[in-house]
Design a protein around this ligand. Structure first.
Ligand code: CLR
Length: 370
């Protein structure tokens, strides 16, 4: 029996779900999955992973030189990955299908008593696009961006291309591109994420971090591996090389400056380095805030009352459809509440040009917090 992790009563549902995947490409949000694989958390909460290594994020502002800052930005980025891509599976035994945010859904929270603040808004429902803004005003540091996913299915895996990018500003600006992911373990009913290919961090001063991902049975044979170089520009001379896993330890290796070879750059597995976001109690949240809006659905999934969850989900989705119809009938357009859409952002164009990176059509705009 291959699907050992699928509850007996849901095996046929899982099989037809996998079949529907095989003939599918686009966004996964529309697919109906069996209950055991549903998560009670909305995708609008995911940008909080960027803020969890809060001290590494804030300390980017302490960087003294462009090189020092490039190392700090790279360290913070790498330290977010195990939260983003392995923690859910570690905690619940498998990756699950998050709730699909409604248009205008918000996720608001903070760290350090409101010093580091996260603002998230779902800016498109079809296709799903999430905008986020993470800021420590006191330290003058902002990370802002948008994310969407393009999924396809092949070789028993879901491939997820992340569309979107973030820009980090702390005196200088950094363009952060996002890795592609593969969802493996589908046949056994225990999906998990592996990262593939390459992502970049391009500084406006010219330095480039190139992060190459590999997994088990690939180059290093170890899952969740990366090799990162910091160069004077795309294809330029290498200042630092860092290798290891993005869930555990990474070390400087040859070639690196200043005799750092062999020393530890980051231990992403370190206890207490990532802190979950603080969010207001549901009763005090606004009507568009994620956990308030999805409460009945999430409660149903958590307690195993999938019928209640699906009734609540249907009610929310119908109300949303009705809102869109009303807007259409009144000749109105949905107004974003927390972000503004800007076409052809010059800062992004400049950074992308430095990276010799051709932004994709759907990614040539940026969302800025209002
Ligand atoms: C969202 C943006 C975050 C990084 C991130 C982490 C995990 C990804 C998620 C993104 C998008 C949704 C995702 C998830 C892993 C699994 C889940 C791809 C990119 C899919 C939709 C679940 C499929 C599960 C089926 C097998 C049921 O910054």
């Amino acid at each position: 029996d291959e699907a050992a992790n699928v509850p007996a009563a849901q095996k046929s549902g899982w099989t037809s779900f996998l079949k529907s995947l095989a003939s599918f490409s686009g966004d996964l949000s529309g697919l109906t999955a069996p209950p055991f694989i549903l998560s009670p958390t909305s995708l609008s909460e995911f940008p909080s992973y960027w803020g969890e290594p809060k001290d590494l994020f804030t300390s980017i502002a302490d960087g003294k030189t462009p090189e020092d800052r490039q190392l700090r930005v790279t360290k913070w980025f790498l330290s977010t990955l195990s939260g983003q891509f392995t923690r859910r599976e570690k905690e619940t035994g498998s990756e699950k299908k998050p709730l699909n945010p409604f248009l205008g859904e918000q996720f608001l929270g903070s760290w350090d008593n409101g010093e580091l603040v996260l603002t998230v808004e779902q800016v498109s429902h079809h296709p799903p696009i999430t905008a986020y803004h993470l800021e420590n005003k006191k330290r003058g540091i902002v990370f802002e961006g948008n994310c969407a996913q393009k999924t396809s299915f092949s070789a028993r895996m879901i491939s997820v291309k992340q569309v979107g990018h973030g820009i980090l500003r702390v005196k200088l600006a950094y363009l952060v591109t996002l890795p592609k992911l593969k969802i493996e373990g589908l046949w056994t009913g225990k999906p998990y994420v592996e990262l593939t290919e390459t992502s970049y961090i391009q500084g406006s001063h010219g330095l480039t971090s190139t992060i190459k991902y590999s997994g088990a049975g690939w180059v290093t044979g170890t899952s969740h591996s990366h090799t990162t170089t910091i160069t004077t520009g795309p294809g330029g001379p290498t200042l630092y090389t860092i290798t290891g896993t993005w869930t555990g330890e990474s070390k400087f290796v040859k070639p690196s400056k200043e005799g750092r070879e062999g020393t530890v750059f980051l231990d992403a597995g370190e206890e207490g380095m990532r802190e979950p976001i603080s969010v207001k109690p549901v009763e005090q949240q606004g009507e568009y805030e994620s956990r308030r809006a999805w409460k009945a659905v999430a409660d149903g999934i958590r307690s195993g009352d999938y019928n209640a969850a699906s009734v609540a989900k249907g009610a929310l989705e119908n109300a949303e459809r009705q809102r869109r119809k009303d807007e259409l009938a009144n000749g109105q357009q949905f107004q974003l509440r927390l972000f503004d859409l800007r076409q052809n952002d010059p800062e992004y164009a400049h950074l992308a040009a430095l990276l010799k990176f051709k932004p994709e059509e759907e990614d040539s705009w940026i969302l800025k917090a209002q």
